[in-house]
Design a protein. Structure first.
Length: 211
């Protein structure tokens, strides 16, 4: 059986001494699944969706660890990159001056309500896509998107299938890993990854997908 995981740096295993201690690999060992981890630092949700669509057919279980709702994917003649209101530096944009100018503009003039609506639209569309393919999937919130005030006015909230979205609408990995050790850049470390793996494992066992 094959497991596909997509997400950002918290799924990739940023700041871990051994990347094999990232939660996707720990979970794979617990449920005896072969793991393809496409977690990528700085990854936007659009990037994750593309990874899911391109790879879902080759996997039996897909886990999507959504990143912050305001991360944006942008493409130009020099390739594809991600912007994040509040993000900064060459990590997101590379060395190109105009990309930094775009980031500065997005930081000043983005609309959080629109971006949150895009996030929930993506959740519902990916649900429908995976269900149409007969694929088992789990979603989780990495960043605490559930705390966004935009939740209250979004008509898509009721369409999210909370049976397959762990913690919806009140929890994220941030709650699961609260007070566990963190690296200098704020990523939870081995203990946190163990907690995330155990939380997801418990949920999929309760559903009855593994014994």
């Amino acid at each position: 059986m094959k497991l596909l995981t997509v997400g950002d740096s918290f799924t990739y295993g940023e700041e871990l001494v051994d990347i094999n201690n990232a939660w996707p690999y720990l979970l794979g060992k617990q449920i005896n699944y072969e793991v393809t981890n496409l977690g990528s630092p700085g990854c936007s949700n659009n990037h994750m969706i593309r990874n899911v669509i391109e790879n879902a057919d080759k996997h039996d279980l897909i886990i999507i660890a959504w990143s912050h709702f305001a991360r944006l994917e942008v493409s130009d003649e020099n390739g594809t990159y991600d912007l994040w209101p509040g993000g900064s530096g060459v990590f997101f944009t590379g060395e190109l001056k105009y990309r930094k100018e775009l980031m500065n503009y997005v930081n000043r003039h983005h609309n959080d309500e629109y971006l949150y609506n895009q996030y929930t639209t993506n959740i519902v569309l990916v649900q429908k896509y995976l269900e149409s393919k007969g694929k088992r999937y789990i979603m989780v919130d990495t960043f605490g998107n559930h705390q966004a005030k935009q939740r209250q006015s979004n008509g898509l909230i009721s369409q999210v299938n909370d049976q397959y979205y762990i913690g919806w609408p009140t929890e994220s990995m941030m709650e699961w890993t609260y007070k566990t050790p963190q690296g200098p850049a704020g990523h939870f470390l081995e203990e946190g990854h163990q907690k995330v793996a155990e939380k997801i494992n418990e949920h999929i066992r309760n559903i009855g997908w593994v014994s």
